[in-house]
Write a protein that binds this ligand. Structure first.
Ligand code: FAD
Length: 416
């Protein structure tokens, strides 16, 4: 069923009785050409691009819970391509371009809103670093503007400019960055993949891999054995647990990241703002709630809930940046499990087991990567070679000393 203005009008006149389910609920087949484990944004996008761009149709996506129940439905919806390193920036810029055409490609309203992402700077050294990053972005074909304090004041006059421990000196603005409704991304990819014949199987947990003579031949699942020529895993925070079943130890730690929403307010924040002197970021949803978050909790866990000290830390960041936020009431908060890699950058790679491919290590920045991650993982699964923009996202980069340490933080997953 195609979605269009004519369809909406027709259904409005018909008491909305003609809408069908957005995707089927198929029984798993005994065997598929490719099985994707994980029905988050990355798994669903991979299945969609495999079917739409590489012509592979005999595909299943296995999801242990429901679509949108993982990080794809828990994130703070920010998309941007403001990276610096050559191993990252072309990949994230490809993702931005795919976001820009996504709703037409999927025939689904994902509420892509290019409202601008502004990173604030609070010292001369930080401004220099932003200038350098902005130049790197421009060289890769992305957009970037360096703002001074007066420019920022015109956009956000109510920020804490002068009477602050960290005065705002300016910021790096990417106008094409913004927000996308997160769960609609999962639903849009699922619907489009389903229309191309992909079987999306919910409530189907992968429990183990069947590996014969160094080659994967299928998966033991909570709904029985499912055979596959190739398996791609995209399970975000569950990566190390799942891959350990295949005897693979990943350079990844899992940490919880929390996010929060305030009560609904009249429109006050037009874009996305990040505080440069602490870890705090903020935007306003279309329903009016302020959506904000900060640092990960900082110790390893698989729990999808957070702890109070981080709530306090995030609220301190909020008050430091924008004191009037102290008058808004917090409505709710939640947590998701982050697959934090040792250098803060992701992996899209084959493993040493034939037919088993891995997508993960997205840290807390994988939502913006969803389209490019899906496309590059589909490319790898279909062709056996890395997509050119993901060529450095290899599992052996630590052994080769070829880290992609965007933040220059070193092997400190909790600080990336
Ligand atoms: C609070 C928070 C805020 C964030 N904010 C942003 C942001 O603003 N911008 C940004 O770019 N990124 C952000 N992120 C990160 C982003 O959400 C993730 O990096 C990204 O969603 C991960 O990819 P995914 O969508 O495929 O993951 P998920 O949606 O988590 O998908 C993985 C799926 O695998 C399933 N699974 C796990 N194990 C198994 C198994 N054994 N068998 C079958 N299925 C299994 C899970 O149930 C899950 O549905 C944020 C994350 C959180 C938690």
């Amino acid at each position: 069923m195609d979605y269009s203005i004519f369809r909406v009008i027709k259904e409005a006149l018909n008491n909305h009785k003609g809408w069908g389910p957005a995707w089927r609920n198929p029984t798993p087949k005994p065997h598929y050409d490719i099985v994707i484990v994980g029905g988050g944004g990355h798994g669903l996008a991979t299945a969609f691009y495999l079917a739409s761009r590489y012509g592979v149709r005999n595909i299943a996506v296995l999801e242990k819970g429901w679509l949108g129940g993982g990080n794809v439905g828990r994130n703070t919806t920010i998309v941007r391509s403001n990276y610096m390193l050559p191993g990252n920036e072309p990949f994230y810029e490809l993702s931005m371009k795919l976001w820009e055409g996504l709703e037409q490609e999927l025939n689904y309203n994902a509420m892509v809103s290019q409202r601008g992402v502004l990173n604030l700077c609070h010292s001369d050294a930080q401004r220099d670093a932003f200038r350098r990053r902005g130049n790197a972005m421009l060289l890769q074909g992305a957009d970037a503007e360096l703002l001074d304090a007066e420019d920022v004041r015109k956009l956000y006059p109510y920020l804490n400019f002068d009477d602050a421990r960290f005065p705002i000196l300016g910021g790096l603005l990417q106008r094409r960055g913004g927000t996308v409704r997160h769960d609609a991304v999962a639903w849009g990819y699922a619907r489009a993949a389903d229309q191309l014949g992909v079987d999306i199987i919910q409530n189907c947990e992968v429990l183990d891999f069947r590996i014969e003579n160094g080659q994967v031949s299928g998966l033991e699942t909570s709904r029985g054995f499912i055979g596959a020529n190739k398996v791609g895993t995209a399970v975000a925070g569950s990566s190390s647990r799942l891959l350990s079943k295949a005897g693979i130890r990943l350079p990844i730690e899992s940490h919880v990241l929390q996010a929060f929403v305030s009560e609904g307010l009249k429109p006050v924040i037009p874009g996305v703002i990040t505080f440069g002197a602490g870890h705090f970021y903020l935007s306003q949803s279309d329903k009016g709630g302020l959506v904000f978050g900060g640092d990960i909790d900082g110790y390893n866990t698989y729990a999808q809930r957070g702890n109070m000290p981080v709530v306090e830390d995030v609220c301190e960041g909020a008050m430091g940046l924008m004191p009037m936020l102290g008058r808004a009431r917090m409505l709710r908060g939640w947590g998701g499990i982050m697959d934090m890699s040792m250098d803060g950058s992701p992996f899209i790679d084959r493993t040493d087991i034939k037919g088993l491919f891995f997508n993960g290590g997205w840290c807390y920045g994988g939502f913006k990567a969803t389209p490019a991650s899906g496309l590059c993982f589909a490319h790898l699964l279909a062709t056996g070679t890395s997509h050119e923009v993901a060529a450095q996202m290899r599992l052996d980069r630590f052994a080769r000393g070829a880290m992609i340490d965007e933040k220059g933080q070193g092997a400190q997953p909790n600080l990336h």
